[in-house]
Design a protein around this ligand. Structure first.
Ligand code: FES
Length: 243
């Protein structure tokens, strides 16, 4: 398939098609391409704002690995078949296949602007430093633009995108395909699978979601925007049980 016919978010560098995540109906994520899979713990700055990720345990993610998406596996991050005991339909996909920016709000600043689609909030809280990302982007100095860009680029779900006003292009770094299992000690919960580097996610019906640099896949089973995380892991206090 040519890059043109793939559904790629502007600014995103798609990974090679050997990297992909296929959703199974009522069951796990099937991962191809053997991307790196590691725990990523959210660390705070001195003010208590989410600031960076620190790598923890690294797992073998062999070709065709099955990752839990119901939140009940006793062998997380891998599937142990427990989803088969859940009521039918609880893992049904509800997310849109439309481009994320189609329903984004635009917050304009002097040199950079912010696109914000709240539906894709994975509650990583990387947007709270300084004047918060919405305020930082409206100031317009090099330092404040850099902070706004940093915060957007740490947003695990890809809710926040920075646009350069002059070129009108979305600014994204090119990152290696990788999967991160978010741990969020501040709220006492495990979070989504952070999918980085333009890995294609394919629905149980065989349809591709928009390919994006940063995506967050629900693994607690409680999101109302499946397969994507909507932050519900925070309220249900999801714990993956990995030590
Ligand atoms: S992991 Fe975030 S809503 Fe399920």
């Amino acid at each position: 398939m040519s890059e043109k016919s793939r559904n790629i978010q502007p600014g995103t560098t798609a990974s090679s098609p050997e990297f992909r995540i296929t959703i199974t109906e009522g069951g796990p994520y099937v991962v191809n391409g053997a991307p790196k899979l590691s725990q990523q713990t959210i660390k705070q700055d001195p003010e208590g704002n989410s600031w960076n990720y620190v790598e923890g345990k690294v797992f073998d993610c062999d070709e065709g690995a099955h990752l839990c998406r119901c939140g009940h596996s006793g062998n997380a991050p891998f599937c142990d078949g427990t989803h088969q005991t859940l009521p039918a339909g609880v893992l049904e996909e509800t997310a849109s296949f439309e481009p994320l920016i189609q329903h984004s709000e635009l917050i304009s600043g002097p040199t950079k602007s912010l696109l914000d689609n709240e539906k894709y909030c994975a509650y990583g809280r990387f947007c709270d430093a300084g004047e918060r990302v919405w305020g930082e982007v409206q100031i317009g100095t090099v330092e404040h633009d850099a902070l706004a860009t940093r915060m957007a680029h740490h947003c695990p779900g890809g809710r926040l995108l920075i646009v350069d006003n002059q070129s009108k292009e979305i600014i994204e770094d090119t990152v290696e395909p990788a999967l991160g299992l978010i741990e969020d000690p501040k709220i006492g919960a495990s979070g989504p699978i952070m999918v980085q580097g333009g890995i294609e996610v394919i629905s149980a019906e065989g349809k591709s979601y928009e390919i994006r640099t940063r995506q967050a896949l629900c693994r607690c089973g409680s999101s109302s925007n499946k397969p994507f995380c909507d932050g519900s892991h925070a309220s249900v206090k999801y714990r993956d049980g990995i030590n």
